[in-house]
Design a protein around this ligand. Sequence first.
Ligand code: HEM
Length: 339
Amino acid sequence: MAPSLHSRPFLLLFVLLSLSILCMRSLDASEPYLTLDYYASSCPSVLEIVRKEMECAVLSDPRNAAFILRLHFHDCFVQGCDGSVLLDDTITLQGEKKASININSLDGFRLIDRIKNKLESECPGIVSCADILTVAARDAVILVGGPYWDVPLGRKDSTTANYDLATANLPAANEDLLSIISKFLYQGLSVTDVVALSGAHTIGMARCENFRARIYGDFKGTSGNNPVSNTYLSNLKSICPATGGGEDNTAGMDYVTPNYFDNSFYHLLLKGEGLLNSDQELYSSLFGIQTKGLVKKYAEDSLAFFQQFSDSMVKLGNITNADSFSTGEVRKNCRFVNT
Ligand code: HEM
């Protein structure tokens, strides 16, 4: 018997999940190489140094927290968390910074350089750029009001980057929910991780080119006719014209508290006001039965969100590239492999 219209989404989701699990890259979430006290004797002040630099940076501009958090995510989804995203292009190496998903979009590199320089003068050649980025992302979240978690350490920096994988592995704003879920499953993350980690969009900004399709598409449909949403939508349209131009104009993804890490992002999704198509789909997609439930849960219970976000960030940070442990290094300069 052909599946009914109602059972079809379940069937599709089931097939997709099974396929994704089959082709999942091998990942050990309890990464054996990483330990909490990795630098205890070789660089005992590492956490304090990262924390101090992040404090100054976030105090001077809270957007720095968003830059670093996103940079860490974009590092980990391409060959694991190995600092590959930090590498500049050279004659012999094509970096990831110019991949379409990253170009004109990532920032925070100079802040990482600054932390690295401090650490090189304190404990030369000891702390990897990948570890710096992972700890800095944790501190970024705390500094804008989010939860704390312990960061396992001991990552090595890659000697390679992968431009093509940056395009293939990283999710985009107008990608549908099932495709995004499959990208997370491929990394060994779960549907719960997708919803919790998307909560990172409680801070930071998106550029017009990433939300134009949404505001001239189904924003009205998901947000209904409530006057507050209408005013919000008109404002977004003035930032991001339909006919083009203003590609780099920005809007906060959580317009209520854009500089504060809280669960108001999920409240926006309940109201149908998510800025990115990909975010709103978590609540509104026909295929999002499980994700919708989680959005409701995190909107109602910020503690549950904080707990899951912490756990999911540890999982994200533990996506490691087994190769980088054998061929990796501790870069002297995060932008270049050692000579
Ligand atoms: C679930 C799939 C995801 C998609 C489709 C997605 C997509 C995007 C897009 C399109 C932007 C705006 C970029 C721009 O306009 O330049 C953005 C910003 C951001 N993303 Fe995501 N993202 C996802 C997941 C994540 C995750 C897992 C994290 C971190 C754990 C994250 C952290 C951020 C942050 C902090 C910003 C703001 C950056 C800024 O202010 O410059 N995102 N994301």
